[in-house]
Design a protein around this ligand. Structure first.
Ligand SMILES: [Fe+2]
Length: 271
């Protein structure tokens, strides 16, 4: 993988393995059908609480920066529990959906490992590949359905390690390049992208920046909404972003691009 693009462009383009691409398509079709089930059925896949939730959740927050969406979070460690919950849904396809997501999680490991290994050698990050792979039970696979409206996802940087984009039903995804211009990201059948988050910036001593991104609406998505899927890859690390100091959403777009590492470090606390 060309990880030098992290410093040049802010993200890495990844050749999409065919098997993985087809598995993602298969689970997206299941997710779209799942979204059409009555709410009473969908909430049977909810788990955890507001702070540590997993499974199905619906967000209809109000306010200027609120995203309106429903989503499903799946990690390997919750697969068995989600499987049990899915078996209480009257439509039997819910169980095969969760089974297929389990297969997809395993099939994603190779691409994640390759990225981790290449970043570790390029930036001489000792133990990075191990720290990524030993957290694989906690990687979060997010299935998204935005309901529509003018802005689908407001500008933000991801707080975790890095984010592997796997699917989007429409265009509209943009990243804030280092020269301050919003540009469309290149995702298609053959190529997808990996975006670094805040923890990656800390882990690389500020060499790799957390990339700001957003999703804009178009006439189609205003009407029918948008489906997408990403995997949030977290890794074991000594520090974590500290929300009690300053909430990430309160910063200016791209604030971290030119911030000296000595300042950036202050946003973190020991994990
Ligand atoms: Fe994001």
């Amino acid at each position: 993988m060309d990880v030098t693009a992290l410093e040049a462009k802010g993200f890495v383009s990844v050749k999409y393995p065919r098997t993985l691409y087809h598995r993602v398509q298969q689970t997206m079709a299941s997710w779209e059908y799942f979204c059409e089930l009555p709410k009473e059925e969908k909430v049977k896949l909810a788990g955890g609480d507001r702070l540590h939730d997993f499974g199905y959740m619906i967000r209809k927050d109000k306010g200027p920066r609120a995203d309106r969406k429903e989503q499903l979070h799946v990690s390997e460690r919750q697969l068995a529990e989600l499987h049990k919950k899915a078996s209480t849904i009257s439509d039997r396809r819910a169980v095969s959906f969760i089974n297929d997501v389990g297969v997809l999680i395993r099939e994603s490991q190779e691409i994640v490992q390759e990225f981790a290994s290449d970043v570790a050698s390029m930036y001489q990050l000792d133990g990075f590949e191990r720290d990524v792979m030993s957290s694989k039970e906690r990687w979060t696979f997010r299935y998204l359905h935005y309901f529509g409206g003018d802005m689908l996802s407001h500008a933000h940087a991801d707080r975790g390690g890095f984010t592997l984009h796997l699917y989007e039903s429409d265009k509209g995804g943009e990243y804030l390049s280092f020269d301050g211009v919003w540009r469309s990201w290149p995702i298609n059948k053959r190529n997808t992208i990996i975006l670094p988050g805040m923890h990656m910036q800390h882990r690389s001593n500020g060499k790799i920046k957390a990339l700001w991104h957003r999703v804009r609406a178009n006439p189609q998505t205003i009407q029918k909404g948008r489906f997408a899927m990403v995997a949030f890859i977290d890794f074991l690390w000594t520090h974590k972003y500290d929300d009690s100091k300053r909430r990430l959403q309160d910063f200016e777009e791209g604030f971290n691009y030119d911030m000296p590492f000595t300042e950036f470090q202050k946003l973190f606390t020991p994990a």
